[in-house]
Write a protein that binds this ligand. Structure first.
Ligand code: FES
Length: 136
């Protein structure tokens, strides 16, 4: 597996911009809102394993990962150490401030962070992913 380095990150909320990190890029995805749920089409994940949601009420993007068996995870890209925005780097999420590393599902792998990234509850149906942003 090729491991991409963390070189730079750039992002814009709410548009179709990309987060560019090393040799990887992750797209911001369109979504709609239903009550406290963000609704994302599963068709966004036919070719891609990862996607970003720039939701206005959150301090950082949501990072969605397509897992095996038609499951998904959604984590807030806000470092649990001192709150910097974490960036995708291949299959890892890396904090540019002090080097904490997380798995793509938000599990802390490298200190100084000692807590996992905030994980949103998710439901799915045949067409959509529903990310619950209540209490955020
Ligand atoms: S804020 Fe992320 S490692 Fe310190």
């Amino acid at each position: 597996m090729k491991k991409c380095g963390f070189i730079s990150a750039g992002l814009v909320y709410g548009g179709s911009s990309l987060m560019l990190v090393g040799c990887a890029s992750v797209s911001y995805l369109p979504y709609s809102e239903e009550n406290n749920l963000l609704v994302i089409k599963k068709s966004n994940f036919v070719k891609e394993k990862y996607g970003l949601i720039g939701y206005k009420n959150l301090p950082a993007p949501i990072y969605i990962t397509k897992l095996e068996n038609n499951k998904y995870s959604a984590v807030l890209l806000k470092c649990t150490h001192k709150g910097c925005e974490v960036a995708p780097a291949g299959d890892l999420l890396i904090c540019p401030c002090h080097g904490s590393e997380y798995s793509n599902t938000g599990e802390v792998l490298q200190s100084p962070a000692d807590k996992d990234l905030y994980s949103f509850s998710i439901k799915t149906d045949s067409e959509n992913i529903y990310v619950n942003v209540e209490n955020n």
